[in-house]
Design a protein around this ligand. Structure first.
Ligand code: FAD
Length: 427
């Protein structure tokens, strides 16, 4: 998909913000900065279709999508998640009771929504096209030149885009990150996630159900029904590499029986719709979240397993936080830019560090069959089942984190005019 307006890339004009990477994080970033009055160019390869992949977006992300004007489009294709049910299926010595976290406990109609990745990208692009608020360039960006005055992106087709500032949203293997000189630390888990969309006999009641097993979670997230398939869910299933190969080699029908068994028959017979995705589990963190004229957002600066549906929610928080930190900043003035980026780096380090550690601990506590670890996990679940205030605090922290929640996620009315006058005048 290409929508090249007579914009910066064609006219050789400098753009204020170049968003590199056209996945959901990048498109959301372009919408956010264009909304705040900046001249924005979104350049990147559009993501390939992701088989069976959906994203659960929680209340803070829903509020952000609303601020971007994208929520109605997303809601047309999404299913509300009203509760999350966690079931210990590890077979540990002291089984813990099921734990259900309900939106109604914190006075919300839903904890969030679940939507396929492909439909989310499509919905965000539809909003971007309708608004024509920024230039969209469908191109690979293999190289950049960064200097004190800004950045030049060198596109694979020979074009150049000059920018005051680059928001790098070009994913896990980010070129922008590498060329800016940000170091990464990567690690792997002995797991693969299989993803698929399922139709089933029994209703999901808008509840996401996580079975915690010894190979990792088996999570069914509610999907919007169709006339021919009223009860649908998406599945994220973590398992060893060998088990993934074995299951992928099975006839579909056999795999569908196994799925029904794994879900303890709660959803009745299951049918797999379309392709099955497989994703090797790993983690990544970065040395800096911003450097010089570049800020990193989304999977350019954090990767971890899909446990607790944190990845894209965190990515959208990166974007909303960056937008906050850069408000009122003259992007051409290093004296204003440097402290704003230092603030962004501090915020992201805390938020991303906390989520990465939480997911890592929960994942390892499942796959390492060690009694004291099982007891601690079980005690945590029991405490949450028994103590209402603790449970509500956990629900709130998961869907609407109170610490450093960026303004665009607070559900406040939009700020009338951002004070970017000097930056706009200077360009
Ligand atoms: C199995 C699974 C389930 C998940 N479930 C959830 C969930 O329920 N909730 C949640 O919040 N998160 C979830 N996540 C995480 C979430 O899907 C990711 O965090 C998110 O999709 C990453 O989006 P992104 O835009 O940052 O990166 P990407 O989607 O990787 O986008 C990067 C874009 O940059 C482009 N690009 C790359 N290099 C270049 C280049 N050199 N030049 C130009 N363009 C380039 C790519 O083509 C792509 O379009 C899940 C992840 C997995 C693996």
């Amino acid at each position: 998909m290409t929508q090249d307006h007579a914009g910066a890339a064609q006219a050789g004009r400098k753009t204020q913000i170049l968003v590199a990477g056209a996945g959901s994080t990048g498109i959301a970033a372009a919408l956010a900065f264009a909304r705040s009055g900046l001249r924005v160019t979104l350049a990147g390869r559009f993501p390939p279709p992701l088989p069976g992949r959906t994203v659960a977006l929680f209340e803070s992300s829903v509020r952000f999508l609303e601020a971007l004007g994208a929520l109605p489009r997303v809601k047309e294709k999404a299913c509300p998640i009203e509760a999350i049910r966690m079931i210990d299926d590890t077979g540990q010595l002291l089984p813990t009771p099921d734990l259900t976290l309900r939106a109604s406990e914190i006075d919300l109609p839903a904890l969030g929504v679940n939507i396929s990745n492909d439909e989310l990208v499509e919905a965000l692009l539809e909003v971007a096209r309708e608004r024509a608020a920024f230039e969209i360039v469908d191109a690979d960006i293999p190289d950049y030149v960064f200097d004190g005055d800004g950045a030049v992106a060198l596109l694979a087709d020979g074009r150049k885009i000059e920018a005051d500032f680059v928001v790098a949203a070009d994913g896990r293997q980010s070129r922008a990150r590498a060329i800016a000189g940000v170091d990464t630390q990567e690690w792997t888990y002995p797991q693969v996630a299989l993803t698929m969309l399922l139709s089933h006999e029994e209703p999901h009641d808008n509840i996401s159900t996580e079975f915690h097993t010894r190979s990792g979670p088996f999570t069914l997230v509610p999907l919007r029904g169709r006339e021919d398939a009223p009860h649908r869910s998406s599945l994220v299933w973590l398992m060893s590499v060998a088990d993934a190969s074995r299951r992928l080699a099975k006839p579909r029908e056999e795999l569908e029986f196994e799925l029904e068994d794994r879900a303890h028959g709660r959803f009745g017979a299951m049918k797999i719709e379309g392709g099955i995705g497989q994703f090797r589990m790993g983690g990544m963190r970065v040395s800096h979240h911003a450097i010089g004229r570049v800020a990193l957002v989304g999977e350019t600066c954090h990767v971890f397993p899909p446990i607790g549906a944190q990845g894209l929610n965190l990515s959208l928080r990166d974007v909303a936080d960056l937008e906050d930190c850069l408000a009122s900043v003259d992007l051409t003035n290093p004296r204003e830019l440097a402290p704003a980026l230092a603030r962004y780096d501090r915020h992201r380090r805390a938020d991303i560090g906390f989520r990465t550690l939480g997911v890592d601990i929960l994942n390892r506590s499942l796959i390492i069959p060690h009694l004291p670890v099982d007891l601690m996990r079980g005690a945590g679940f029991l405490a949450m089942t028994a103590l209402g205030p603790l449970r509500r605090a956990v629900i709130r922290e998961g869907v609407l984190p109170h610490f450093l929640l960026p303004r665009l996620m607070q559900g406040k009315p939009p700020r009338a005019e951002r004070s970017r006058r000097r930056s706009v005048r200077a360009s």
